[in-house]
Design a protein around this ligand. Structure first.
Ligand code: PLP
Length: 393
């Protein structure tokens, strides 16, 4: 048989989804793959029931239904203060996953360089490979996950055409400060580069941190390409609704790439979620309160058990430092954790470009009873380690 594509030959299956399978096989509480185990807002579900009977059930406009884009433009302007043209500057996609791929294919040529902060959301590496771009990684240094501006400038000096900025960050929960964003903006302008922002956790922020939209900084609207999603904000990861917001020149290209990739996002789901896009501020405040509750419940539990972690500023993940276990293989540690402690986590090394394997990532977008069950089990971690003599504490 003829050989398959060289470009994708090095792809492994997603470590996150592999850990989900391992967790399920051992009956572990799965805190690896990030998705809520609570329901989406009732208004959205009720509207979906209506839409099931009334439609639409056929293709929507390829770059997204008009009422969806109009509601989204209003919401974006409300929160970011930046005006968005719903006809010219929005492309609705099948999740932010497609948004990022469509953007990468729209702006890069094979061999172009793209800068990525490390640790990073695992899809970015694959997106770069699929679009033929070469990645330059800039470390976010644990435990604070700050970066060296000189190294970032170095990436631009090497010719990076774009920077991918995940803010708030998966996996490390970092929220970039205004000062950090100004450094990024100044460099992007100086080196005439794009910044592709992944802002899927824009509404999951822990006080006193604030989400600053990079596009709102002077000179950044025209060079910021926002990839975002409804997955996290409305707890509908399975609906596969995302979008790109960018200047017309860029959006116009993304529309075409998107059309050939997927034609369009699901019409009935777009219709059903417009009610959510029109929610008032109270919804987002409640969402923030709910996530703050889950974060506090889980991290206070970790603290009581004695595990070391980096305090999340945003998103719904926490990185736990496992260096005290003297295990230099975090994948092995996560497999052991799922099998013996019965809690699923993701090995941190799957997010770092650097050789760092002393972290594991838990997500906490879960009901109280799920988090309490995980904490109960984790409270046995030191006993289990001693009993199995697998690692040393
Ligand atoms: C940082 C980040 N970007 C993108 C996605 C994917 O979002 P979507 O469900 O919209 O494809 C995720 C999902 O976990 C994520 O954590």
């Amino acid at each position: 048989m003829r050989e398959l594509s060289i470009r994708t030959a090095g792809f492994t299956d997603s470590v996150i989804r592999r850990m989900t399978r391992i967790s399920n096989a051992h009956g572990a509480v799965n805190l690896s793959q990030g998705f809520p185990d609570f329901d989406p807002p009732a208004e959205i579900i009720n509207r979906l029931t209506q839409v099931a009977l009334e439609g639409p059930h056929q293709y929507a406009t390829t770059w997204g239904a008009q009422n969806f884009r109009e509601a989204l433009a209003r919401k974006q302007e409300h929160f970011s203060g930046v005006k968005v043209d719903p006809d010219k500057e929005i492309v609705v996609t099948c999740g932010s996953t497609e948004a990022m791929m469509a953007v990468m294919m729209s702006i890069t040529n094979p061999g172009d360089k793209v800068a990525i902060f490390s640790p990073f959301y695992e899809n970015y590496g694959a997106d770069a490979i699929l679009s033929g771009a070469e990645s330059i990684y800039i470390p976010l240094n644990p435990p604070k996950f700050d970066f060296d501006a000189d190294l970032l400038e170095d990436a631009f000096r090497q010719g990076a055409k774009a920077l991918i900025l995940c803010n708030p960050s998966n996996p490390c929960g970092k929220v970039f400060t205004m000062d950090e964003l100004k450094i990024i903006a100044d460099l992007a302008i100086k080196y005439d580069a794009y910044v592709i922002t992944d802002e899927v956790y824009e509404h999951i922020i822990y006080a006193p941190n604030k989400h600053v939209y990079l596009s709102s900084l002077p000179g950044m609207k025209e060079r910021t390409i926002i990839c975002n999603s409804l997955s996290k904000t409305y707890s509908i990861t399975g609906w596969r609704l995302g979008y790109v917001i960018a200047d017309e020149r860029i959006s116009d290209r993304v529309k075409k790439v998107h059309d050939f990739l997927t034609v369009g996002a699901p019409a009935p789901l777009m219709e059903a979620v417009v009610v959510g896009l029109n929610f008032k501020d109270e919804y987002y405040l409640e969402l923030q309160n709910h996530y703050t509750h889950m974060k506090n419940l889980f991290t206070n539990g970790l603290k009581q058990i004695g595990l070391k972690y980096s305090e999340p500023q945003g998103a719904y993940f926490v990185m736990v430092d496992i260096s005290e276990f003297n295990c230099n293989d975090d994948l092995k540690f996560c497999e052991w954790l799922a099998k013996e402690v019965k809690v699923g986590a993701v090995p941190g090394s799957s997010f770092f470009k650097e050789d760092i394997n002393q972290y594991i990532r838990f997500h906490f977008a879960k009901k109280d009873e799920t988090l309490n069950m995980a904490l109960d089990r984790l409270s046995e971690i030191y006993n289990k380690v001693r009993a199995t003599a697998e690692f040393r504490v």
